[in-house]
Design a binder for this molecule. Sequence first.
Ligand SMILES: Nc1nc2c(ncn2[C@@H]2O[C@H](COP(=O)(O)OP(=O)(O)OP(=O)(O)O)[C@@H](O)[C@H]2O)c(=O)[nH]1
Ligand SMILES: [Mg+2]
Length: 238
Amino acid sequence: MSKINVSVILPVINETFSLEKTISIILSDNKKDILEIIIILSKIKTTKNALKKAKALKDKFQDVIKVYFQELPFLGGAVQKGFQLSKGTHVIMMASDLETDPNDVKKLIDLSKRNPSSIITANRWIKGGSFNKYNIIKLYLNFLFQFILKCIFQTKLSDMTYGYRIFPSKLVKDIQWKELKHPFLLETILKPILMNINIIEIPSKWEARLEGISQNSFIQNFNYIKTALMVRFFWKNK
Ligand SMILES: Nc1nc2c(ncn2[C@@H]2O[C@H](COP(=O)(O)OP(=O)(O)OP(=O)(O)O)[C@@H](O)[C@H]2O)c(=O)[nH]1
Ligand SMILES: [Mg+2]
């Protein structure tokens, strides 16, 4: 078992109690392993209430919570800022809207200790995983898209669009990222696949958010196809 310490990146737009619950579960389950929780806010889009909540949480957990504003726009821009700032040996990418179940952080960290150079990624499609209140059309399209990705990337992974994973920090700092919007979540697994990084899956239960709305419109989901094709056919690791 390796000694690791973890930076958790939490992008925030309109989450208040969801952000608080996410943090309280992460800290109560993993206090010893968490080096820092990096909250990334948008100066333009983050709501007043979410900003207030983030600041209050930072005051409450001064030794572990850090709050920053993103420079590049959108979700990809926010997470990329978190990657740059992270000081841990490993970094967790997840959401603050409770759609990425914070109870699974412990499993991600435990597996990462045993496999420190691997990526451990959450999967809603394998046994033990599920979708609760997911849009039915999106569910079918998601299944079909995972199948296409499996074929073109020659991989056994079956949930490449779910942005809930732990990475060795050095890996995410070394890769040059391109996407700024939601397809960034997909880019963070496709590039490591092409680099032959070992990737381990754990089942996870997706649950629709109870507050705020997603920043991803239905039509934007089709941009994931472009990302997949660009990475597969035009990306070269430096
Ligand atoms: N700082 C920051 N956070 C963001 C941005 N876009 C999304 N987020 C946060 O990132 C997390 C995931 O984004 P969502 O918009 O919920 O998208 P999603 O659930 O991954 O995507 P869908 O399942 O397609 O709705 C949420 O906690 C958002 O508040 C952004 O531009 N800046
Ligand atoms: Mg969400």
